[in-house]
Design a binder for this molecule. Structure first.
Ligand code: HEM
Length: 371
């Protein structure tokens, strides 16, 4: 166990006492000090949950600023053009929002895979895993709905193609796609719907779920990877969460802020020509990198098994991976090391390398080098 960095002041200021009596601040500090973080050679991966949180906070902050000028519906493109070229620093806020969205998806994926390989889904953290998966799903829907909002050529066609995936779901798929689009075509009505989803529905779902996720982490603490857990207690090292680990978290946030600033200023987010529903799709159209794995998987399968059979095969394979990923806490329960545990770990290696490969092949296929 670590030692306190700051000794308790002998005489507390009157204001602190006054607030503490009413708000219970010392209880919260005691709770934060109670939590410790395991220290071992894989501890670096514990920062990625906090980094996901940081990018989400940036999204909230820049999203509210964008709301000041964004107008959904028919005016969407014009308002984004105004934000990008006319409003002071509008381009910067838009660029930070778009880059941070991508970095958030990246951080959440790293966080998920590190939780997976540390077997942090095992008892008693099953609900941290499941709530995390729903947070990932919501993050992806945030990305998908936000992508359309500028209504430029690329976002229009990518959304059109993205919604065709829904058509592949038997029976309910086409009805669902019409409902999401607000008609048979992507139109200003779709932008209006996506806007409501992006700024009202998703935050309302995301925030309480995030609180639940963080509450569970506070309750159970961080999991150690299996190799570290089996060490004798005398060899295990920990660090107090507050203030030590928290200070390191803030250091990582500062690095992340620098990364966003460099990307957003050196590579300002582009705005293409306005979407034209009658024009043919421009060359090299592609989804965001995080939707590339299912998109490219279907493309590859379609080359070998064309038509509906290929589509169903692709969707089936994708659904099987999703089910494996969701139910992994049940396949690989705590204390049952051996074959099942190794099978699950290799399953994770396969999923991770498959995703990286599909993204790389997807971009290579498009002739793209810039993600
Ligand atoms: C979408 C945003 C997310 C945020 C903001 C978030 C935030 C956090 C934070 C701050 C922690 C504590 C620090 C750490 O262990 O890294 C944590 C822990 C955890 N998260 Fe997430 N998380 C998110 C998504 C996910 C996803 C997608 C999964 C997996 C499916 C997941 C599974 C877990 C698990 C199992 C823990 C406990 C880790 C441990 O015991 O070491 N989280 N999360």
């Amino acid at each position: 166990m670590g030692t306190l960095l700051y000794p308790e002041p002998k005489t507390k200021p009157g204001l602190y006492d006054w607030l503490d009596e009413r708000l219970g601040i010392s209880d919260v500090i005691a709770l934060a000090k109670h939590k410790t973080v395991p220290q071992h050679r894989h501890s670096f991966w514990y920062y990625w949950g906090g980094l996901s949180l940081f990018f989400f906070i940036i999204q909230l902050f820049t999203g509210i600023l964008l709301l000041v000028y964004f107008r959904p519906g028919k005016d969407a493109y014009d308002s984004v053009r105004q934000i990008t070229y006319d409003i002071d620093f509008g381009w910067l806020i838009r660029s930070v929002h778009s880059w941070s969205a991508n970095l958030m998806v990246f951080a959440v994926c790293v966080h998920m895979f590190s939780a997976f390989f540390m077997k942090a889904y095992q008892k008693p953290r099953e609900f941290a895993w499941w709530s995390g998966l729903v947070l990932l799903l919501l993050t992806l829907v945030f990305g998908f709905s936000g992508y359309l909002l500028p209504m430029d050529e690329l976002s229009f066609v990518a959304t059109k193609i993205g919604l065709q995936f829904s058509n592949m779901i038997p029976v309910v798929g086409p009805v669902l796609a019409d409902l999401i689009r607000g008609g048979p075509q992507v139109s200003p009505d779709t932008v209006q719907r996506f806007f409501a989803l992006h700024v009202v529905v998703l935050p309302l779902l995301f925030l309480p779920l995030l609180m639940f996720h963080l509450f569970l982490v506070q309750k159970h603490g961080n999991a150690s990877p299996p190799g570290e857990e089996s060490r004798p207690a005398s060899e295990k090292q920990t660090m107090p969460f507050f203030p030590n680990f928290f200070a390191m978290d803030l250091g990582m946030w500062l690095i992340a802020l620098n990364v966003i600033t460099i990307l957003a200023t050196l590579f300002p987010w582009d705005l293409g020509p306005q979407a034209d529903p009658l024009a043919s799709a421009p060359n090299g159209i592609h989804p965001e990198w995080y939707f590339m794995p299912p998109f490219h998987l279907l493309k590859i399968i379609g080359r070998f098994v064309p038509g509906v059979t290929g589509e169903l095969l692709g969707m089936g394979l994708f659904a099987a991976v999703l089910i494996f990923w969701t139910l992994v806490p049940l396949f690989d329960p705590k204390g049952k090391a051996g074959r099942a545990g190794r099978f699950v770990t290799w399953g994770g290696v396969l999923v991770l390398s498959g995703m990286i490969l599909l993204i790389a092949l997807g971009y290579a296929d498009l002739g793209y080098t810039h993600l």
